[in-house]
Ligand binder design. Sequence first.
Ligand code: PEP
Ligand code: MN
Length: 371
Amino acid sequence: MSTIDSLPHVRWSGVEGRPLVIAGPCSAESEEQMMESARRLHGVRIDYLRAGIWKARTRPVSFEGIGDTALPWLVRAGREFGMKTATEVATASHVEAALHHGVDLLWIGARTTVNPFSVQEIAEALRGATVPVLVKNPTSPDLGLWTGALERINRAGIRALGVIHRGFGVASSRRFRNPPMWELAIEFRRLHPGIPIITDPSHISGTRELIQDIAQQALDLGVDGLMVEAHPNPDQAWSDAAQQVTPERLGEILHHLKVRRETSADAGFLASLEALRERIDRIDHDLLDVLAMRMRVVEEIADCKRENNVSTLQVSRWTALLEDRVSRAESIGLTPDYARALYEIIHRESVRRQSEIMAQEPSTQGRPGKD
Ligand code: PEP
Ligand code: MN
């Protein structure tokens, strides 16, 4: 168990029956733009107005945010329209400035979460603060780094914690700017069930067309909220133009989202679910028995190879096997990616087990003796 689960934290995000929504422009550009954003987002029922004040950009020639001057714009725009405010902090001086101006929620960006020195510096600056602090997942798919950053913030006395799932900057993906790798968000939830997860479909997508689908997928997995970039004139935005939506479009996206309940008390539903889950349990037990049976055969193959001094891996056999299993899987309604991933794991373990057996001293038991 990590220490965030043993230290007290509060559930700060509770809105009954709907996701918490943080929305606003990628960057604050002018006081007018912030006022216009707030005025138009006000009609859309969001919980926090966001805006980037200091922008960590990949290249120095990009717009790096207005800086401290823009903080009062964000706070004034929020107050004017009765919304709480949120911004990203990357250094101790950002934290001091944001708290000084009365920003209601702070988050740590993906590029900062990767650096424990920066996170520690932010944590020290947060000591004594009561604002919720959200930690975006690190750009690399590393759960330990994500959890470690939360621990640092929690140890500095911050009790209102949460995370933002914004996808991972892994090997090039044609579909996403930052592939969501849902399995990591699910694993995070399994490890830390008490920490709210907010999904950021804007930074996952990189393009506004995908936001609705990603947001729905996130809700289907039971996340607690969404962070969406919304700008009064998205195409003219100074940063992340392609992924921003107008406040009105955000309204439509939110309106079309189906919010699922975690469970239902309906007796019919509970009985069917129970019966289906029993079937799944039985199938999984059979699956494990079959895998164990397969492994016994792998062991016999290893014995056979060792006795004949043949190497563990025959690449042509592996290529043919994979091809056969993937096409068979496809013919019975499973996706090729699924079959491939499954067989890569099965094969890796089979090679590992064979190497283990090959490394053993030849046993004389059951085999003709020399004398
Ligand atoms: C942002 O939210 O504007 C941002 C920079 O996001 P990330 O840290 O996820 O890249
Ligand atoms: Mn952005």
